[in-house]
Design a binder for this molecule. Sequence first.
Ligand SMILES: *Cc1c(COP(=O)(O)O)cnc(C)c1O
Length: 341
Amino acid sequence: MSLESQPRFPLAALPTPLQEVKRLREALGGAARSPRLLIKRDDLTGLAFGGNKARKLEFLVADALGTGATHLVTTGAVQSNHARMTAAAARAAGLGVSLVLTSKTERPRLEGNLLLDHLFGAELHFIPAPADPKVAIGDQEAAAVARVMTELEARGERPYLIPIGGSSPMGALGYVDATRELVEQLRAQGETPSRLYYASGSRGTQAGLALGARIYNAPYRLCGIAVSGGEPEKTDRALRIANQAAELLGVPDRIAASDIPTDQGYIGPGYGIPTPECLEALQLLARQEGILLDPVYTAKVMAGLIDHIRQGRIDRAETVVFLHTGGAPALFAYAARQLEV
Ligand SMILES: *Cc1c(COP(=O)(O)O)cnc(C)c1O
């Protein structure tokens, strides 16, 4: 097992806390109705307001530096947390950074994550977002990225492309290591949770969590909540990333589709569009625990977890871990009206 020997550029404040949220459990009916709830606080990884991408970027930035790169390039939605943290990571490593962002408007407002991208001095390239949130725009994005890469090379830069969400086998190593950290914390605290809830977006987190659970014999099964459509391709993608990461590490473990069930029931109208249940979850965590979720990822996961508890699908004797992957800077790009329940 050679995770320790993988090059790594320090970006995240680790380990992140693992904390019990008793007031949330009370709000969900207490011990009579709700399992015990723990939150793994990866919103507190610290890089430019934190989030899950800091863990992936430790491995991706080290790889970029190893290849002599001078500039990072990545893609995402206009309010991408991954783009914001990639911009910060680039600066922390002394690199330039270009972001190709999809936007519904030609000149999106400088707010939320986009304001931070701007503060990091990222070179911003906007391409139109599809009107139908269920449509992928892969080809257009790939063409724009190719154009940006060529321009950078013509300027004498050595650009390093990080795929959307940092979801590559290298990036997934961040969540293999996060699993090692979590399993150690659980052991030290005498906890044996039965489930881990987390957001399934571009699937690098899922791939790392699944491989990590296998390698470190995690006590829980994975409960993914999808925040965007695209099945069955997304599950294939997660399997490919996980199994290539296993090859990178030289471990015999392999992941199957049955290891990563992903509940598609809480996406609502589409990626980035809050549902009433997601807004309810966001307010509940804020008011019961003083913890901020985000309207794109973590609040939809919490909405799924709350619904599973209310439906009686989780026994109250169980302990559940909720992986908080960050995202709160996006709150500032949602008008107050959109965040009202
Ligand atoms: C990117 C992101 C996720 C999803 O992680 P993937 O590896 O893309 O599936 C979840 N939560 C937040 C806040 C994110 O920014």
